[in-house]
Design a protein around this ligand. Structure first.
Ligand code: FAD
Length: 407
């Protein structure tokens, strides 16, 4: 009864999407998610055209489902409180950058998957350990408060995020890219008086930066990029003190907005997230395959992680569906794992290269930043800059490689 073709650990965007494709293609699949409620897991919600395209391919059209999202139609950049430019980015101008509710999206994906009798969702179960047969992973032990269950699968896929159990248990070798920053996240009501409509902004100040994005619940998500390890001291000083610091370096109207939010107790509880950027050196081992953040943990720069995980799912399905439909042997499955990694590595590598730049830029070259940023104001006006930026942003929004569901 607990024998499956595929066992997927992790019901985030990658795992849920892959399970959906498998189930809809007649493959017997188990999806394991430790949270009973998807909103308990905080993750990226920036949906690029590349990620939306994946959702379209699995039959989810954001406009026709009950999934809240908000389009962002303008980006502003401030330096020490003064506007230095509004880069004219094509996909933002076209309203193709969306901030979509992940809990609602994930509920929708599992709801659709539940229409297939060969889909089994273990909601609220934690994958505790791997099960082996002749030194090869052949299943997963899962538990909730009441029971332990053993699930067996021809393939075990670790889509279990940045603290992956599958990665840990199999002791995958990891290449880490030093990240000098943490991000302090909190939400405030959308500052309509400051930037009406649906506008995002970056506010840069020496050794620090704010990323502010309008989100679907009439709020603004604020990410304050701070030097790694500095939150302890900020917490000790108290919210009032560090909000004051942000206010001093922010545009006046936003500063007033923050003061108002503080007075009305409208700033959500902040939490700090360690910026992590890494990649396992080889994505499969002993019959198990890692994908999404488990294989290559993304930081929040450029809003890529969610979209990359969705695209991993498509490539994985293209290779594994034909094999799992037939009685393919272990060598064929291992060979497919290799092909999946090979096909995804180029895009993942390029995105991680881009993601590793901004934090270094902010923290390491303090004086250079001071010098360069005012010059950027002038650069924004040149057509040649726009052409260059459009090309770069096209890759970030639509993906570096062609990814299409072919099964
Ligand atoms: C705070 C934050 C902000 C981010 N901002 C952005 C952004 O703006 N845009 C963007 O594109 N990306 C962003 N990212 C990255 C993005 O969230 C991830 O890259 C993306 O969610 C990866 O998807 P995934 O399916 O691989 O893993 P995840 O979304 O991490 O999902 C993994 C799932 O596995 C479950 N799980 C873990 N361990 C177990 C276990 N042992 N048993 C059962 N279940 C388990 C978890 O509960 C989780 O639901 C952000 C990440 C964080 C944390």
């Amino acid at each position: 009864m607990n024998n499956f073709d595929a066992v997927i650990v992790g019901g985030g965007p990658g795992g849920a999407t892959l399970a959906n494709i498998f189930a809809s293609r007649g493959i017997k699949v188990a999806l394991i998610e430790r949270q009973k409620d998807f909103s308990k897991e905080f993750r990226g919600e920036a949906l690029m055209p590349s990620g939306k395209e994946v959702l379209n391919q699995i039959g989810i059209d954001l406009d026709n489902e009950n999934i809240k999202y908000r389009k962002v139609d303008k980006l502003n950049i401030f330096y020490k409180g003064a506007l230095i430019g509004n880069p004219d980015i094509e996909f933002i101008k076209k309203g193709q950058f969306r901030w979509a509710s992940q809990p609602q999206l994930l509920e929708k994906i599992v709801e659709k998957s539940s229409n297939f009798k060969n889909f089994k969702f273990f909601r609220g179960y934690r994958a505790e350990d791997l099960v082996y047969e002749n030194d090869r992973v052949s299943g997963v032990k899962i538990s909730n408060l009441d029971e332990d269950i053993f699930l067996s699968g021809k393939v075990v896929i670790g889509f279990d995020g940045r603290n992956s159990m599958v990665r840990r248990k199999l002791a995958f070798s990891v290449e880490k890219f030093h990240q000098p920053a943490d991000v302090l996240w909190f939400k405030v009501p959308y500052p309509e008086n400051f930037i009406p409509g649906s506008q995002a902004f970056f506010s840069l100040f020496p050794m620090s930066m704010l990323v502010c994005v309008p989100v679907y619940d009439q709020k603004m998500q604020v990410g304050w990029v701070i030097p790694s390890g500095s939150y302890g001291e900020l917490k000790r000083q108290g919210k009032e003190k560090w909000i004051e610091f942000i206010r001093e370096n922010s545009p006046k109207d936003f500063s007033d907005h923050l003061k108002d939010c503080l007075d009305k107790n409208e700033i959500s509880d902040p939490f700090v997230l360690k910026m992590t950027l890494d990649r396992v050196k080889k994505w499969n081992k002993s019959g198990a395959l890692l994908l999404g953040d488990a294989a290559h943990t993304m930081n929040a720069v450029g809003g890529q992680g969610l979209n990359i995980a969705l695209r991993d799912a498509i490539v994985c399905a293209n290779h594994l569906v034909p094999l799992l439909k037939t009685d393919a042997d272990k060598t064929d499955l291992d060979f497919a794992f290799e092909k999946i990694e090979k096909e995804r590595l180029n895009e993942v590598r390029q995105v991680q290269e881009i993601q590793s730049r901004p934090p270094k830029f902010i923290f390491v070259n303090k004086y250079l930043v001071d010098l360069i940023l005012p010059i950027i104001k002038i650069i924004f006006k040149f057509k040649v800059f726009k052409r260059f930026a459009d090309k770069e942003f096209d890759k970030i929004s639509n993906g570096f490689d062609k990814v299409k569901l072919e099964v």
